[in-house]
Design a protein around this ligand. Structure first.
Ligand SMILES: Nc1ncnc2c1ncn2[C@@H]1O[C@H](COP(=O)(O)OP(=O)(O)OP(=O)(O)O)[C@@H](O)[C@H]1O
Ligand SMILES: [Mg+2]
Length: 408
């Protein structure tokens, strides 16, 4: 099963924190700063407008009385009054040329001022200068308020941007882990059920094999004990008849032939009984029974035999199946392979038992599925015990059959 998924929240927090701080800074610092700059610029242009207005008043007087205007302080002061009195309440300086001095009007500005100048132009040149100082106090107070409100808003924004999505991601993480644990539980349950079902199937396969083998054993006993005994009795009777016939040559020859036929039948029954239930398997174990069978087979088939059989002792159902697979493989070699040598290997491998039969014959035909039942049956038996059967033609030639059954 794959690794348990890690939480997404830490990675999310790492990425989100700088964004939240940036948004907080924009709202808490950049916005009030920009607002302050704009408000100051606006106040400044207001002061410039007032200064220009005073300068125009003075210019009008200079126009009326080009020589004396600068010495008529009363009229000049009057020009300053509209700007120096409420609601504007600016502090206004008029700097006059030469000895005429300065005229001031309006309240002194405390706590900072926004200042603007305007030139009084008479006959094309700057003849005097107007300076207007507007109090900056109200602007400062508003600016402080804007700064505090923005700082609070920036902080709240940063926290909201960070905390709300993070808590959603955390909830998602917790849900993911719950789902993962449920999946792991379900998987474990499934594995346990598969293991139980496999064990049931294996038990069933084993039971099937042993039922088959019991049946074979019964038939084998019946053949051997009943038919075999009957035929043997018949032969004895024929011998007795032959002895009583005296010398008539023809009858004796007939009886002789009948006895030969009975001998053949007895041998057939023996062989049949032996194939149905190899007695050596129970008594001698798998390796010895296989060796005995293979040697008899090699002698009959006239092939060179090489055996490499480890003295393994699998349970009776496995021994039964591997012996039958070996029998079928050797029969196939004799029938189909046209081989000159056969190799038989039995050992324990990969937590199971393995039987390999190799020949050096003509190999499998392209389409070897031609209706035979031997390999199909062998495969069913092996798979019934949870194993597998492979039949292939190696590059070196011949056929290699491998049967593997697990040790459970
Ligand atoms: N050692 C071998 N060499 C060459 N061909 C083989 C060998 N073993 C099996 N075959 C091929 O595989 C086919 C299937 O074999 P299988 O044992 O299933 O059937 P069969 O021997 O033809 O008939 P049955 O075993 O039912 O009497 C065979 O007909 C044969 O063509
Ligand atoms: Mg066969």
């Amino acid at each position: 099963m794959a690794r348990r998924p890690g939480p997404l929240a830490p990675a999310f927090a790492r990425r989100m924190a700088p964004l939240a701080v940036l948004a907080g800074l924009v709202v808490g610092v950049a916005l009030p700063w920009a607002w302050g700059r704009l408000a100051l610029a606006e106040r400044q242009s207001e002061a410039a407008v007032w200064a220009r207005q005073v300068a125009e008043q003075v210019e009008a007087q200079a126009h009326l009385r080009p020589r004396l205007w600068a010495y008529d302080r009363a009229r000049l002061s009057a020009a300053l009054i509209p700007v120096a009195s409420p609601p504007v309440s600016a502090h206004v300086h008029l700097q006059l040329p030469g000895r005429a001095g300065t005229i001031e009007a309006g309240p002194a500005v405390a706590g900072g001022a926004v200042t603007a100048w305007a030139a009084v132009r008479v006959e094309g040149r700057a003849a005097a200068r107007v300076q207007v100082e507007l109090p900056a106090g109200p602007l400062r107070a508003r600016s402080r308020w804007v700064w505090s409100a923005s700082a609070v808003a920036g902080l709240l924004l940063a926290l909201t941007l960070f905390v709300l999505p993070l808590s959603t991601v955390r909830r998602g993480d917790a849900r993911n882990l719950e789902l993962w644990d449920a999946l792991v539980d379900a998987n474990a349950g499934l594995e346990a059920r598969v293991a139980a079902r496999t064990a049931e199937l294996r038990a069933l396969g084993g039971r099937l094999v042993s039922v088959q083998e019991e049946e074979r054993a019964r038939i084998s006993r019946d053949l051997h004990d009943e038919l075999g005994q009957t035929l043997t009795g018949l032969r004895l009777r024929l011998t007795a008849i032959e002895a009583r016939l005296g010398d008539p040559v023809g009858a004796a020859a007939q009886v002789e032939q009948a006895m030969a036929a009975v001998d053949g039948a007895v041998e057939d029954v023996r062989r049949l009984a032996h194939n149905l239930r190899p007695p050596a398997l129970d008594a001698l174990g798998l390796a010895t029974a296989l060796r005995g069978h293979a040697e008899r087979w090699a002698e009959t088939a006239g092939l060179a035999l090489e055996v490499d059989l480890a003295p393994v002792e699998p349970p009776a159902d496995v021994a039964e199946v591997l012996f039958r697979v070996g029998q079928e493989a050797l029969t196939n070699v004799a029938r189909h392979a046209d081989a000159s040598r056969v190799r038989l290997v039995l050992d324990a491998a990969d937590d199971g038992w393995r039987l390999v039969i190799e020949d050096d014959g003509r190999g499998l035909e392209q389409d070897a599925s031609g209706g035979g039942l031997g390999l199909v049956g062998a495969r069913e038996r092996v798979e019934g015990l949870g194993g597998y059967l492979d039949v292939d033609s190696p590059a070196a030639g011949g056929v290699r059959l491998l049967a593997w059954v697990p040790q459970v």
